[in-house]
Design a protein around this ligand. Structure first.
Ligand code: WTA
Length: 648
């Protein structure tokens, strides 16, 4: 029998605590750490920063707070690639596996990169980038799927001090272009193609379309699939060619703690994606320690975080966090259900994965496939499970716990955001408790609490972070300072950071996060703004205006539905519906595609012209509509009721 890492609460069914074995093994197992850290949070992080990372120069000032601007480890000098690779190699740990790569085609061999391999490739690619004209401070776009070259690419940027901006490889050319333009990227790294559900996706042709007319001067292409691509003379070069030619040592730049490490674009309440800025010293500190303590990383672990690198989860827990810890991480190129719904479980069995971190939407998909697919495999290597990205419901949590974890592994439900850089609310595996639907407690050294509309403490309301802010927090939005103030700080008068999530107090002082309170949707774990989808629909010549709202979905969590008002003289048709759907797919990507397009004569509006999304949402889920008498056009609600088949 494999060890059990949990025991059930003696009083409450389905609440779990770490077993003695887990406590013994865990880096942290004494709940006193919370109290101790909260006595002096700045001092707590200061200690962690010096113990976890190697600095070229120690900082002068640990924490600086000019609301709403935060700085950590001011004056400190550090390099991310040095900490993720060089120092392990110097300590004689270079033979350890850094990355295990599973290609999608089942007959293709697994590839492994050790820290020594990574060291050589990072240095070489950094030199190659330098030769292509990349200097400290220049932005580099990365449009790559989950392939091994991702790692030397990201870390080479960090080595040179060139902030990277990774764009999800399933994003459409238009979405890539907007981000490259905003970031003013000089170079783009992409690949020829990759495999998804057995088909080769030509990524290079997307990249070609995206960079047209932007400031991208050079495109570096990784050869992955061997499909035919057009290389543009003078602009495009092959990754392997420029790397082969380059020298094997590139001095890491001594970056200021507050120098930009990366930009990551995410959706807010407007159509334009926001460039979230993460700087070096604080982000690395939080990435290192949250990876180590939350996933309890030990030398023999194989850590699989299934997130794509295009999201923050991929950045922090499928790249920086594990690498800073000299851990072994696993990545998989393709679809979870290809060639069969047990692909993931087969990978866990074969590679002896010990820590598995995924999103509720993926688990819900596997629930539908049925547990027999899981049961075909020996998952006894698993020790710890994690979830992220959206609230997890009780049934899904219990299925994950029992079927995947065999009732032996704790589930750590980690709450965080692109903006927070690393996870901030969770249960630590050596402390617990593990409660379905409940994320847990704020990470030691951070304070998150629940307040009402006026900012007063309550048990059910808005989630907020109380300064001193965690070191990995965003430093702002790229070229959008007003937006930064408005989005995160204005609501509570610069006293608290507001993540736009609702929360309720749960047992044992834990926090249950209930989800977004703004117009941001989580579709299959992907963060999308309703406004982004509306902008695309509104750009169609047949459309006057539209409103997109989300509707609960059994697998995806949420799914967008669009109400569309057509121009006079244009009549609704199935063709037009198809056209609008494919427009969204083409401009943003498949996840954003509305499940339904409802052609309507008008949208319910307030007297000041604001679209009443609340009503549109209630119509879809058959919830009470409430008072409509204050609307500018209450009569339209009756028409819409009929159109959507409202029965509430
Ligand atoms: C939601 C993903 C409940 C939340 C790391 C947040 C969660 C948004 C959880 C950020 C969780 C993330 N429980 N909700 N464990 N984790 N969320 O930027 O609404 O893609 O604001 O970052 O996801 O999404 P993002």
């Amino acid at each position: 029998m494999p060890l059990s890492w949990v025991v059930e609460d003696p009083k409450e069914k389905n609440i779990y605590w770490p077993s003695e074995e887990m406590k013994k093994r865990a880096w942290v197992n004494d709940p006193k750490i919370y109290e101790e850290a909260s006595k002096d949070r700045v001092a707590f992080w200061e200690k962690l920063a010096s113990e976890g990372l190697e600095w070229f120069r120690r900082w002068d000032k640990t924490y600086e707070w000019n609301p709403p601007y935060v700085r950590w480890f001011v004056g400190g000098k550090i390099n991310a690639s040095y900490n993720a690779v060089d120092r392990h190699v110097r300590q004689g740990k270079g033979n350890k596996r850094a990355v295990i790569w599973i290609p999608e085609p089942p007959n293709e061999p697994v590839r492994v990169l050790t820290y020594n391999d990574l060291f050589l490739q990072v240095n070489k690619f950094a030199n190659a980038l330098r030769k292509l004209g990349v200097k400290k401070g220049d932005r580099v776009g990365i449009y790559l799927p989950m392939i091994p070259e991702l790692y030397p690419t990201i870390l080479a940027c960090a080595r040179l001090g060139a902030p990277h901006t990774v764009v999800f490889s399933a994003f459409a050319p238009q979405a890539l272009r907007v981000r490259l333009e905003d970031a003013e990227a000089k170079v783009l790294v992409t690949c020829d193609g990759y495999y998804r559900r057995g088909k080769c996706v030509n990524l290079k042709s997307n990249a070609d379309e995206a960079v047209k007319g932007t400031c991208v001067e050079k495109v570096v292409v990784v050869r992955r699939a061997g499909n035919e691509v057009k290389m543009q003379e003078g602009r495009d070069v092959w990754w392997h060619e420029v790397t082969e030619e380059a020298g094997g040592w590139c001095q890491p730049e001594e970056m200021d703690s507050e120098d930009l490490l990366f930009l990551l674009y995410t959706s807010g309440t407007t159509g334009k994606p926001k460039g979230v800025m993460h700087t070096t010293g604080g982000y690395l500190t939080q990435a290192y320690w949250t990876a180590k303590w939350v996933f309890d990383l030990h030398d023999d672990d194989v850590f699989w975080c299934t997130s794509d690198i295009g999201w923050v989860t991929g950045h922090t827990y499928a790249c920086y966090g594990p690498l800073l810890n000299n851990s072994t991480l696993l990545i998989y190129e393709g679809a979870p259900d290809y060639p069969a719904p047990d692909r993931w479980w087969e990978i866990i069995e074969k590679q002896r994965v010990t820590i598995f971190y995924t999103a509720p939407t993926a688990i819900r998909m596997f629930v539908r496939f049925g547990e027999e697919w899981v049961k075909k495999h020996d998952l006894s290597s698993l020790r710890l499970l994690g979830t992220v990205g959206e609230p997890i419901d009780r049934e899904t949590w219990l299925w994950y716990f029992k079927v995947v974890g065999g009732g032996r592994c704790p589930i750590t439900d980690t709450w965080w955001q692109t903006e927070t850089g690393g996870t901030l609310i969770m249960s630590l595996p050596g402390i617990g408790p593990f409660i379905p639907t409940v994320a847990g407690r704020p990470f030691p050294g951070t304070e998150l609490t629940i307040v009402d509309e006026d900012g007063n403490p309550t048990d059910s309301g808005y989630l907020v972070q109380v300064p001193p802010l965690a070191p990995g927090m965003l430093r702002g939005l790229y070229k959008a300072d007003e937006k930064y103030r408005e989005t995160y700080w204005a609501k509570f008068d610069y006293r608290y950071y507001f993540p736009s999530d609702g929360a309720v107090r749960a047992l044992y002082g834990c926090i249950r996060v209930t989800g977004r309170v703004d117009d941001v949707m989580k579709v299959s774990g992907h963060r999308l703004s309703t406004a982004e989808v509306e902008d695309v629909i509104n750009a169609h010549e047949a459309v006057t205006e539209s409103a997109v709202v989300s509707k609960p979905h059994e697998v995806k969590g949420e799914t967008p539905v669009a109400y569309v008002v057509l121009r006079k003289g244009v009549s609704p048709s199935p063709e037009l519906e198809k056209e609008l759907k494919s427009l969204v797919r083409e401009k943003i990507g498949p996840t954003a595609t509305p499940e339904r397009i409802l052609f309507v004569p008008d949208l319910p509006k307030t007297r000041s012209g604001k679209i009443m999304r609340r009503i549109l949402k209630s119509l879809l889920i058959n919830a009470p509509i409430g008072d409509t008498s204050t609307l500018f056009n209450p009569e339209v609600v009756e028409i819409l009721k009929e159109r959507v088949g409202y029965s509430g």
